[in-house]
Structures are given as C-alpha cells and as structure tokens.
Design a protein around this ligand. Structure first.
Ligand SMILES: [Zn+2]
Ligand SMILES: [Zn+2]
Length: 167
C-alpha cells in the first residue's frame, strides 16, 4: 500500500513533466490545430483541446484495467494520472479559466503566481514564441511579482480601513 502510494506520487510529479513536454512540443507542434481552440476567444462550452482529457482518461483507464487483478504497480500509475488530471482540471479549467464559477480571487501567493504564469502563456495566440508551458510548476519570477501584487493589495485594504468615514 505504502509502495503503491509512492508510485502514485511519483507518477503525479512525472505527469507535470509529461504535460509540460506535451504542451510545448506536441500541442504547440503538430497538434496545434487541436490546441489552437484553447488560445483563441470563443463562446463555446467545449473546445477541441478538451479531447486531451479523453486521451489521458483513456490512458489512465488502461492502467486500471491491466493493473487491477491483482492490484499491481500499474493500478497506482493509473491513480497518479487520474489525480493529476483532476488537479489539472481544477487549477486550469476551474480556477484559471473560470469555466465553472467556484473560486473567487485568491490571496495565496502560489495560486496567484500560477495564474499569472498561465495568463502569460495565453498572451500568445499563435503557435510559436509562448512561455510557461507547465501547470503546477511555476518559475520563480512569477512568485516575486505575485508576492508584490498581493502585498500592494493588502496595503490598499489597510489604508482603506484606516480612513475615517464621513457619515
Ligand atoms: Zn498552449
Ligand atoms: Zn489555458
């Protein structure tokens, strides 16, 4: 069991690397025609880019099917992929792109940095020349700017509170 959880954790971390490489070299490469739907503004509920959820879902399912009787390491790899898929969906689709309104503004430095990094990725609507292809791993420079923005926001709130009202 402990061994299984370890494999699941390693898979989760490895998936960030896989997702980064896929995004940088495949989605912004020969599968750009599918990923393009995610870099352009539109009013549809679904995008061609959502097919990648089906792809990772199928991959995880195959690991579950082949690693279930009896449960072996493949089961836990499947669990790691699933866990990463859920985290990716919550962070990328719900928190960053607000496809479902669940979270408000954050005061968490990590989440703020992650959001900024991905918004920078979306600044480019073309195939080439973008940055920040990862999802959960965020470059230090975004932490610094996220921290100073949150700091300023907090200071703004404090001055607002200490100003006496004229009622
Ligand atoms: Zn992209
Ligand atoms: Zn995005």
């Amino acid at each position: 069991m402990l061994m299984g959880l370890g494999i699941m954790l390693i898979t989760f971390v490895a998936m960030e690397g896989v997702a980064w490489a896929m995004h940088k070299y495949v989605l912004h490469g020969f599968l750009w025609f599918l990923h393009k739907s995610h870099h352009t503004h539109h009013k549809h509920a679904f995008e061609w880019n959502d097919l990648f959820f089906a792809y990772y879902g199928t991959l995880a399912m195959l690991f579950f099917v082949f690693g279930s009787e009896p449960i072996d390491y493949r089961f836990w790899i499947g669990a790691g992929i699933t866990l990463y898929g859920v985290a990716y969906f919550l962070i990328h689709d719900v928190f960053i792109h607000r496809r479902i309104r669940l979270f408000g503004n954050t005061s968490n430095v990590y989440l703020k940095a992650l959001n900024m990094a991905h918004k920078v990725h979306h600044k480019h609507t073309g195939r080439d020349g973008s940055e920040s292809y990862g999802m959960l791993w965020v470059a230090p420079k975004y932490f610094r700017s996220a921290y100073s923005i949150l700091q300023k926001r907090q200071q703004g709130e404090q001055t607002w509170r200490s100003t006496p009202s004229k009622s």
